[in-house]
Design a protein around this ligand. Sequence first.
Ligand code: PHE
Length: 444
Amino acid sequence: MTPTREHWTSKLGFVSAAAGSAVGLGNIWRFPYVTGENGGAAFLLIYLAIVFSIGLSVLIAELIIGRSAQLNPAGAFKKLAGGAWPAVGYMGVITAFLILSFYCVIAGWTLAYMVKSVTGSVLLNDAAQGGATFSAFISNPVEPVVYTAIFIALSILVVLGGVANGIERASRYLMPALFVILLVLLARSITLEGAYAGLVFFLQPDFSKVTWGTLLAALGQAFFSLSLGMGTMITYGSYLQRRQSIGGSAVAVATLDTLVAVLAGLVILPAVFAFGAAPSAGPGLTFITLPSVFAQMPVGAFFAVLFFFLLAIAALTSVVSLLEVVIAYFIDETGGSRTKVAALVGALVFLIAVPSSLSLGVWSEYTIAGKGFFDALDFLTNNITMPLGGLLVALFAGWVLRREALLELAEGSSMNRTVIGAWYVIIRFLAPVAIAVILVSGLV
Ligand code: PHE
Protein backbone atom coordinates (compact mmCIF):
# COMPACT_ATOMS: atom_id res chain seq x y z
CA MET A 1 0.00 0.00 0.00
CA THR A 2 1.25 3.46 -0.81
CA PRO A 3 1.37 5.66 2.25
CA THR A 4 0.60 8.91 0.48
CA ARG A 5 -1.41 8.91 -2.68
CA GLU A 6 -0.75 11.58 -5.25
CA HIS A 7 -3.67 13.80 -6.26
CA TRP A 8 -4.64 16.08 -9.12
CA THR A 9 -3.67 19.63 -8.24
CA SER A 10 -6.89 21.24 -9.45
CA LYS A 11 -10.23 20.65 -11.06
CA LEU A 12 -8.87 21.92 -14.38
CA GLY A 13 -5.98 19.48 -14.10
CA PHE A 14 -8.30 16.57 -13.50
CA VAL A 15 -10.67 17.55 -16.30
CA SER A 16 -7.74 17.87 -18.73
CA ALA A 17 -6.40 14.45 -17.82
CA ALA A 18 -9.79 12.73 -17.94
CA ALA A 19 -10.70 14.45 -21.20
CA GLY A 20 -7.27 13.44 -22.50
CA SER A 21 -8.18 9.85 -21.80
CA ALA A 22 -11.60 10.12 -23.38
CA VAL A 23 -10.49 11.99 -26.50
CA GLY A 24 -8.63 9.48 -28.60
CA LEU A 25 -8.61 7.53 -31.82
CA GLY A 26 -12.25 6.65 -31.15
CA ASN A 27 -13.32 10.28 -31.60
CA ILE A 28 -11.32 11.02 -34.69
CA TRP A 29 -11.25 7.93 -36.81
CA ARG A 30 -14.40 6.15 -35.78
CA PHE A 31 -17.05 8.63 -34.75
CA PRO A 32 -17.34 10.68 -37.98
CA TYR A 33 -17.81 7.64 -40.13
CA VAL A 34 -20.21 5.84 -37.81
CA THR A 35 -22.34 8.97 -37.67
CA GLY A 36 -22.46 9.31 -41.44
CA GLU A 37 -23.35 5.65 -41.85
CA ASN A 38 -26.07 5.62 -39.24
CA GLY A 39 -28.28 8.49 -40.27
CA GLY A 40 -26.19 11.63 -39.63
CA ALA A 41 -27.93 14.08 -37.32
CA ALA A 42 -30.41 11.38 -36.35
CA PHE A 43 -27.55 9.29 -34.98
CA LEU A 44 -25.96 12.34 -33.40
CA LEU A 45 -29.13 13.04 -31.42
CA ILE A 46 -29.28 9.47 -30.17
CA TYR A 47 -25.57 9.53 -29.35
CA LEU A 48 -25.94 12.77 -27.40
CA ALA A 49 -28.90 11.36 -25.48
CA ILE A 50 -26.94 8.24 -24.57
CA VAL A 51 -23.71 10.07 -23.65
CA PHE A 52 -25.52 12.47 -21.35
CA SER A 53 -27.70 9.84 -19.68
CA ILE A 54 -26.13 6.39 -19.47
CA GLY A 55 -22.56 7.39 -20.36
CA LEU A 56 -22.38 10.30 -17.96
CA SER A 57 -24.00 8.25 -15.19
CA VAL A 58 -21.53 5.39 -15.50
CA LEU A 59 -18.69 7.92 -15.66
CA ILE A 60 -19.91 9.47 -12.41
CA ALA A 61 -20.26 6.01 -10.83
CA GLU A 62 -16.66 5.14 -11.72
CA LEU A 63 -15.37 8.42 -10.31
CA ILE A 64 -17.33 7.84 -7.09
CA ILE A 65 -15.87 4.36 -6.72
CA GLY A 66 -12.33 5.61 -7.31
CA ARG A 67 -12.56 8.72 -5.16
CA SER A 68 -14.06 6.94 -2.18
CA ALA A 69 -11.62 4.00 -2.25
CA GLN A 70 -8.46 5.95 -3.21
CA LEU A 71 -7.24 2.77 -4.87
CA ASN A 72 -6.81 1.08 -8.25
CA PRO A 73 -9.92 -0.72 -9.62
CA ALA A 74 -9.17 -4.14 -8.10
CA GLY A 75 -8.21 -2.63 -4.74
CA ALA A 76 -11.25 -0.36 -4.82
CA PHE A 77 -13.80 -3.17 -5.19
CA LYS A 78 -11.94 -5.16 -2.53
CA LYS A 79 -12.05 -2.26 -0.09
CA LEU A 80 -15.64 -1.21 -0.77
CA ALA A 81 -17.36 -4.57 -0.97
CA GLY A 82 -15.15 -7.64 -1.16
CA GLY A 83 -16.79 -10.92 -2.20
CA ALA A 84 -16.58 -11.55 -5.92
CA TRP A 85 -16.56 -7.82 -6.76
CA PRO A 86 -12.76 -7.44 -7.06
CA ALA A 87 -13.09 -9.61 -10.17
CA VAL A 88 -14.59 -6.55 -11.91
CA GLY A 89 -11.41 -4.66 -11.09
CA TYR A 90 -9.16 -7.45 -12.29
CA MET A 91 -11.13 -7.64 -15.51
CA GLY A 92 -10.54 -3.91 -15.92
CA VAL A 93 -6.80 -4.20 -15.41
CA ILE A 94 -6.60 -7.05 -17.90
CA THR A 95 -8.80 -5.18 -20.39
CA ALA A 96 -6.56 -2.11 -20.16
CA PHE A 97 -3.60 -4.30 -20.93
CA LEU A 98 -5.34 -5.91 -23.91
CA ILE A 99 -6.55 -2.59 -25.37
CA LEU A 100 -3.02 -1.26 -25.04
CA SER A 101 -1.65 -4.05 -27.14
CA PHE A 102 -3.51 -2.94 -30.27
CA TYR A 103 -4.11 0.73 -29.50
CA CYS A 104 -0.34 1.31 -29.23
CA VAL A 105 0.15 -0.27 -32.63
CA ILE A 106 -2.28 2.16 -34.29
CA ALA A 107 -0.77 4.99 -32.28
CA GLY A 108 2.61 4.00 -33.69
CA TRP A 109 1.16 4.27 -37.22
CA THR A 110 0.10 7.86 -36.52
CA LEU A 111 3.71 8.73 -35.64
CA ALA A 112 4.95 6.96 -38.73
CA TYR A 113 2.48 8.80 -40.95
CA MET A 114 3.45 12.09 -39.38
CA VAL A 115 7.08 11.46 -40.31
CA LYS A 116 6.14 10.12 -43.73
CA SER A 117 4.00 13.18 -44.40
CA VAL A 118 7.04 15.35 -43.89
CA THR A 119 8.92 13.37 -46.51
CA GLY A 120 5.74 13.11 -48.59
CA SER A 121 6.13 9.37 -49.14
CA VAL A 122 2.56 8.59 -48.07
CA LEU A 123 0.87 11.54 -49.74
CA LEU A 124 -0.14 9.83 -52.95
CA ASN A 125 -2.84 11.23 -55.21
CA ASP A 126 -4.17 7.84 -56.06
CA ALA A 127 -6.02 6.15 -53.20
CA ALA A 128 -5.33 2.68 -54.64
CA GLN A 129 -1.62 3.36 -54.47
CA GLY A 130 -2.13 4.80 -50.99
CA GLY A 131 -3.83 1.57 -50.00
CA ALA A 132 -0.93 -0.52 -51.28
CA THR A 133 1.55 1.69 -49.43
CA PHE A 134 -0.45 1.36 -46.21
CA SER A 135 -0.72 -2.44 -46.51
CA ALA A 136 2.97 -2.72 -47.19
CA PHE A 137 3.75 -0.57 -44.16
CA ILE A 138 1.54 -2.33 -41.61
CA SER A 139 2.55 -5.80 -42.74
CA ASN A 140 6.26 -4.98 -42.51
CA PRO A 141 7.71 -6.99 -39.60
CA VAL A 142 10.07 -4.28 -38.38
CA GLU A 143 9.08 -0.70 -39.16
CA PRO A 144 5.66 -0.47 -37.44
CA VAL A 145 7.05 -2.34 -34.45
CA VAL A 146 9.76 0.29 -34.08
CA TYR A 147 7.19 3.11 -34.17
CA THR A 148 5.06 1.26 -31.62
CA ALA A 149 8.10 0.99 -29.34
CA ILE A 150 8.76 4.72 -29.71
CA PHE A 151 5.15 5.48 -28.87
CA ILE A 152 5.15 3.27 -25.78
CA ALA A 153 8.41 4.87 -24.65
CA LEU A 154 6.92 8.37 -25.01
CA SER A 155 3.86 7.36 -23.00
CA ILE A 156 6.00 5.79 -20.30
CA LEU A 157 7.97 9.04 -20.06
CA VAL A 158 4.72 10.84 -19.23
CA VAL A 159 3.57 8.34 -16.59
CA LEU A 160 7.02 8.29 -14.99
CA GLY A 161 6.42 11.92 -14.02
CA GLY A 162 3.57 10.75 -11.80
CA VAL A 163 0.00 11.94 -11.50
CA ALA A 164 0.46 15.69 -11.10
CA ASN A 165 3.81 16.33 -12.77
CA GLY A 166 3.44 13.75 -15.48
CA ILE A 167 -0.13 13.01 -16.54
CA GLU A 168 -1.79 16.24 -15.42
CA ARG A 169 0.95 18.49 -16.74
CA ALA A 170 1.18 16.77 -20.13
CA SER A 171 -2.61 16.88 -20.54
CA ARG A 172 -2.76 20.56 -19.69
CA TYR A 173 -0.48 21.35 -22.61
CA LEU A 174 -1.62 18.71 -25.04
CA MET A 175 -5.39 19.15 -24.79
CA PRO A 176 -5.40 22.86 -25.68
CA ALA A 177 -2.91 22.11 -28.48
CA LEU A 178 -5.30 19.49 -29.78
CA PHE A 179 -8.14 22.01 -29.89
CA VAL A 180 -6.05 24.60 -31.69
CA ILE A 181 -5.00 22.08 -34.33
CA LEU A 182 -8.59 20.92 -34.77
CA LEU A 183 -9.74 24.50 -35.34
CA VAL A 184 -6.99 25.16 -37.90
CA LEU A 185 -7.94 22.00 -39.77
CA LEU A 186 -11.62 22.89 -39.51
CA ALA A 187 -11.05 26.28 -41.11
CA ARG A 188 -9.18 24.60 -43.97
CA SER A 189 -11.68 21.82 -44.49
CA ILE A 190 -14.97 23.67 -44.54
CA THR A 191 -13.67 26.31 -46.92
CA LEU A 192 -12.76 23.75 -49.58
CA GLU A 193 -14.88 23.83 -52.67
CA GLY A 194 -17.40 20.99 -52.49
CA ALA A 195 -17.15 20.66 -48.72
CA TYR A 196 -20.90 20.96 -48.42
CA ALA A 197 -21.55 17.39 -49.58
CA GLY A 198 -19.53 16.17 -46.60
CA LEU A 199 -21.58 18.25 -44.21
CA VAL A 200 -24.70 16.74 -45.71
CA PHE A 201 -23.37 13.20 -45.28
CA PHE A 202 -22.37 13.92 -41.69
CA LEU A 203 -25.37 15.87 -40.50
CA GLN A 204 -28.42 15.35 -42.68
CA PRO A 205 -30.92 13.60 -40.44
CA ASP A 206 -32.15 10.35 -41.89
CA PHE A 207 -34.48 8.73 -39.43
CA SER A 208 -35.13 5.82 -41.78
CA LYS A 209 -31.63 4.55 -40.96
CA VAL A 210 -32.40 4.40 -37.27
CA THR A 211 -32.89 0.82 -36.18
CA TRP A 212 -32.32 -1.12 -33.03
CA GLY A 213 -28.76 -1.61 -34.26
CA THR A 214 -28.26 2.16 -34.37
CA LEU A 215 -28.94 2.39 -30.67
CA LEU A 216 -26.42 -0.31 -30.02
CA ALA A 217 -23.83 1.37 -32.21
CA ALA A 218 -24.32 4.60 -30.29
CA LEU A 219 -24.03 2.93 -26.91
CA GLY A 220 -20.87 1.05 -27.88
CA GLN A 221 -19.30 4.20 -29.29
CA ALA A 222 -20.21 6.14 -26.14
CA PHE A 223 -18.55 3.56 -23.91
CA PHE A 224 -15.33 3.35 -25.85
CA SER A 225 -15.14 7.09 -26.34
CA LEU A 226 -15.68 7.94 -22.67
CA SER A 227 -13.11 5.30 -21.58
CA LEU A 228 -15.70 3.44 -19.51
CA GLY A 229 -16.08 -0.08 -18.26
CA MET A 230 -12.45 -0.97 -17.72
CA GLY A 231 -11.18 0.97 -14.76
CA THR A 232 -9.61 4.05 -16.32
CA MET A 233 -12.08 6.43 -14.75
CA ILE A 234 -11.94 4.53 -11.44
CA THR A 235 -8.18 4.98 -11.45
CA TYR A 236 -8.37 8.67 -12.38
CA GLY A 237 -11.12 9.11 -9.75
CA SER A 238 -8.80 7.63 -7.15
CA TYR A 239 -6.49 10.63 -7.62
CA LEU A 240 -9.32 13.03 -6.68
CA GLN A 241 -9.38 14.41 -3.18
CA ARG A 242 -12.71 14.00 -1.42
CA ARG A 243 -13.33 17.71 -1.54
CA GLN A 244 -12.86 17.76 -5.33
CA SER A 245 -16.36 17.49 -6.73
CA ILE A 246 -17.36 14.92 -9.31
CA GLY A 247 -20.56 15.99 -11.07
CA GLY A 248 -19.42 19.16 -12.79
CA SER A 249 -16.11 17.64 -13.88
CA ALA A 250 -17.86 14.62 -15.35
CA VAL A 251 -20.18 16.87 -17.37
CA ALA A 252 -17.15 18.82 -18.62
CA VAL A 253 -15.34 15.63 -19.68
CA ALA A 254 -18.36 14.24 -21.53
CA THR A 255 -18.92 17.59 -23.24
CA LEU A 256 -15.31 18.01 -24.36
CA ASP A 257 -15.20 14.44 -25.63
CA THR A 258 -18.36 14.92 -27.66
CA LEU A 259 -17.21 18.29 -28.96
CA VAL A 260 -13.97 16.81 -30.31
CA ALA A 261 -15.87 13.97 -31.98
CA VAL A 262 -18.22 16.39 -33.72
CA LEU A 263 -15.39 18.73 -34.74
CA ALA A 264 -13.48 15.74 -36.12
CA GLY A 265 -16.51 14.93 -38.27
CA LEU A 266 -16.64 18.52 -39.50
CA VAL A 267 -12.95 18.35 -40.41
CA ILE A 268 -12.76 14.95 -42.04
CA LEU A 269 -15.95 14.46 -44.02
CA PRO A 270 -16.04 17.81 -45.87
CA ALA A 271 -12.42 17.25 -46.96
CA VAL A 272 -13.14 13.72 -48.10
CA PHE A 273 -16.19 14.76 -50.11
CA ALA A 274 -14.55 17.86 -51.57
CA PHE A 275 -12.09 15.59 -53.36
CA GLY A 276 -14.72 13.11 -54.47
CA ALA A 277 -13.47 10.30 -52.24
CA ALA A 278 -15.78 7.91 -50.41
CA PRO A 279 -15.65 7.72 -46.65
CA SER A 280 -14.62 4.35 -45.24
CA ALA A 281 -14.25 3.24 -41.68
CA GLY A 282 -11.29 3.56 -39.35
CA PRO A 283 -7.90 2.68 -40.74
CA GLY A 284 -8.96 3.03 -44.37
CA LEU A 285 -10.28 6.54 -43.87
CA THR A 286 -7.40 7.74 -41.74
CA PHE A 287 -4.44 6.16 -43.45
CA ILE A 288 -5.58 5.80 -47.07
CA THR A 289 -8.38 8.20 -48.01
CA LEU A 290 -7.19 11.21 -46.05
CA PRO A 291 -3.57 11.06 -47.22
CA SER A 292 -4.81 11.12 -50.83
CA VAL A 293 -7.01 14.09 -49.97
CA PHE A 294 -4.03 15.89 -48.45
CA ALA A 295 -1.96 15.07 -51.54
CA GLN A 296 -4.47 16.92 -53.71
CA MET A 297 -4.79 19.93 -51.41
CA PRO A 298 -2.61 23.03 -51.74
CA VAL A 299 0.12 22.87 -49.03
CA GLY A 300 -1.40 19.50 -48.19
CA ALA A 301 1.80 18.17 -46.60
CA PHE A 302 1.53 20.83 -43.92
CA PHE A 303 -2.06 19.87 -43.09
CA ALA A 304 -1.17 16.17 -43.20
CA VAL A 305 1.61 16.58 -40.64
CA LEU A 306 -0.73 18.63 -38.47
CA PHE A 307 -3.48 16.01 -38.74
CA PHE A 308 -1.26 13.07 -37.81
CA PHE A 309 0.24 15.11 -34.99
CA LEU A 310 -3.32 15.70 -33.74
CA LEU A 311 -4.02 11.97 -33.84
CA ALA A 312 -0.76 11.21 -32.05
CA ILE A 313 -1.58 13.66 -29.25
CA ALA A 314 -5.08 12.26 -28.88
CA ALA A 315 -3.72 8.72 -28.76
CA LEU A 316 -0.90 9.62 -26.35
CA THR A 317 -3.12 10.90 -23.54
CA SER A 318 -5.41 7.88 -24.01
CA VAL A 319 -2.52 5.41 -23.90
CA VAL A 320 -1.23 7.15 -20.78
CA SER A 321 -4.58 6.60 -19.07
CA LEU A 322 -4.63 2.94 -20.06
CA LEU A 323 -1.09 2.46 -18.76
CA GLU A 324 -2.01 4.16 -15.52
CA VAL A 325 -4.71 1.54 -14.79
CA VAL A 326 -2.12 -1.23 -14.87
CA ILE A 327 0.56 0.84 -13.16
CA ALA A 328 -1.73 1.99 -10.32
CA TYR A 329 -2.67 -1.62 -9.75
CA PHE A 330 0.92 -2.78 -9.39
CA ILE A 331 1.98 0.22 -7.31
CA ASP A 332 -0.96 -0.19 -4.89
CA GLU A 333 -0.67 -3.93 -4.63
CA THR A 334 3.09 -4.41 -4.51
CA GLY A 335 4.22 -1.10 -3.05
CA GLY A 336 6.82 -0.99 -5.83
CA SER A 337 8.22 2.35 -7.00
CA ARG A 338 6.53 4.09 -9.93
CA THR A 339 9.77 3.97 -11.90
CA LYS A 340 10.22 0.25 -11.54
CA VAL A 341 6.56 -0.59 -12.16
CA ALA A 342 6.30 1.72 -15.18
CA ALA A 343 9.39 0.24 -16.79
CA LEU A 344 8.07 -3.26 -16.27
CA VAL A 345 4.57 -2.48 -17.55
CA GLY A 346 6.02 -0.68 -20.58
CA ALA A 347 8.09 -3.74 -21.42
CA LEU A 348 5.11 -6.07 -20.99
CA VAL A 349 2.89 -3.89 -23.18
CA PHE A 350 5.55 -3.87 -25.86
CA LEU A 351 5.78 -7.67 -25.70
CA ILE A 352 2.05 -8.07 -26.31
CA ALA A 353 1.95 -5.29 -28.93
CA VAL A 354 4.49 -7.12 -31.09
CA PRO A 355 2.23 -10.07 -31.94
CA SER A 356 -0.60 -7.58 -32.45
CA SER A 357 1.43 -5.80 -35.11
CA LEU A 358 2.82 -8.96 -36.66
CA SER A 359 -0.69 -10.41 -36.96
CA LEU A 360 -1.25 -7.91 -39.76
CA GLY A 361 1.66 -9.31 -41.73
CA VAL A 362 3.93 -12.29 -41.26
CA TRP A 363 1.72 -13.91 -38.62
CA SER A 364 -1.60 -13.36 -40.32
CA GLU A 365 -2.25 -17.08 -40.64
CA TYR A 366 -2.49 -17.56 -36.88
CA THR A 367 -6.06 -16.86 -35.83
CA ILE A 368 -8.19 -16.98 -32.68
CA ALA A 369 -11.85 -17.84 -33.35
CA GLY A 370 -11.35 -16.97 -37.03
CA LYS A 371 -9.81 -13.58 -36.30
CA GLY A 372 -6.22 -12.38 -36.33
CA PHE A 373 -4.71 -11.59 -32.94
CA PHE A 374 -5.28 -7.86 -33.52
CA ASP A 375 -8.95 -8.17 -34.45
CA ALA A 376 -9.61 -10.76 -31.77
CA LEU A 377 -8.36 -8.41 -29.03
CA ASP A 378 -10.32 -5.52 -30.46
CA PHE A 379 -13.48 -7.63 -30.54
CA LEU A 380 -13.00 -9.09 -27.07
CA THR A 381 -12.46 -5.73 -25.37
CA ASN A 382 -14.99 -3.61 -27.27
CA ASN A 383 -17.81 -6.08 -27.45
CA ILE A 384 -17.42 -8.09 -24.30
CA THR A 385 -15.28 -6.86 -21.44
CA MET A 386 -16.05 -3.11 -21.64
CA PRO A 387 -19.86 -3.36 -21.75
CA LEU A 388 -19.74 -6.07 -19.09
CA GLY A 389 -17.52 -3.88 -16.91
CA GLY A 390 -19.88 -0.92 -17.34
CA LEU A 391 -22.90 -3.05 -16.49
CA LEU A 392 -21.24 -4.30 -13.31
CA VAL A 393 -20.13 -0.79 -12.32
CA ALA A 394 -23.73 0.42 -12.66
CA LEU A 395 -25.06 -2.48 -10.60
CA PHE A 396 -22.36 -1.94 -7.98
CA ALA A 397 -23.00 1.78 -7.59
CA GLY A 398 -26.79 1.52 -7.74
CA TRP A 399 -27.41 -1.63 -5.73
CA VAL A 400 -24.38 -2.26 -3.52
CA LEU A 401 -23.16 1.23 -2.62
CA ARG A 402 -26.68 2.68 -2.89
CA ARG A 403 -27.08 5.51 -0.35
CA GLU A 404 -23.35 5.68 0.19
CA ALA A 405 -22.92 6.49 -3.51
CA LEU A 406 -25.52 9.24 -3.25
CA LEU A 407 -23.73 10.77 -0.29
CA GLU A 408 -20.43 10.54 -2.14
CA LEU A 409 -21.89 12.33 -5.12
CA ALA A 410 -23.25 15.12 -2.93
CA GLU A 411 -19.87 15.43 -1.16
CA GLY A 412 -17.99 18.57 -2.13
CA SER A 413 -20.60 19.42 -4.75
CA SER A 414 -23.35 21.93 -5.22
CA MET A 415 -25.42 19.68 -7.47
CA ASN A 416 -29.12 19.98 -6.89
CA ARG A 417 -31.15 17.10 -5.55
CA THR A 418 -33.18 16.51 -8.69
CA VAL A 419 -30.00 15.93 -10.70
CA ILE A 420 -28.61 13.59 -8.07
CA GLY A 421 -31.94 11.76 -8.01
CA ALA A 422 -31.92 11.41 -11.79
CA TRP A 423 -28.44 9.92 -11.63
CA TYR A 424 -29.63 7.38 -9.07
CA VAL A 425 -32.56 6.24 -11.19
CA ILE A 426 -30.40 5.91 -14.30
CA ILE A 427 -27.63 4.01 -12.56
CA ARG A 428 -30.04 1.60 -10.86
CA PHE A 429 -32.42 0.88 -13.71
CA LEU A 430 -31.85 2.41 -17.11
CA ALA A 431 -28.09 1.84 -17.42
CA PRO A 432 -28.03 -1.84 -16.38
CA VAL A 433 -30.94 -2.75 -18.64
CA ALA A 434 -29.67 -0.84 -21.67
CA ILE A 435 -26.15 -2.19 -21.34
CA ALA A 436 -27.39 -5.73 -20.86
CA VAL A 437 -29.25 -5.40 -24.15
CA ILE A 438 -26.10 -4.28 -25.98
CA LEU A 439 -24.06 -7.06 -24.58
CA VAL A 440 -26.53 -9.78 -25.48
CA SER A 441 -27.32 -8.48 -28.94
CA GLY A 442 -23.63 -7.88 -29.58
CA LEU A 443 -22.90 -11.52 -28.87
CA VAL A 444 -25.85 -13.08 -30.63
N1 PHE B 1 -11.51 6.79 -25.14
C1 PHE B 1 -10.43 6.44 -25.99
C2 PHE B 1 -10.77 6.79 -27.45
O1 PHE B 1 -11.83 7.27 -27.75
C3 PHE B 1 -10.07 4.98 -25.90
C4 PHE B 1 -9.91 4.49 -24.51
C5 PHE B 1 -10.69 3.45 -24.06
C6 PHE B 1 -8.97 5.05 -23.65
C7 PHE B 1 -10.58 2.99 -22.76
C8 PHE B 1 -8.86 4.61 -22.34
C9 PHE B 1 -9.65 3.60 -21.91
O2 PHE B 1 -9.99 6.56 -28.32
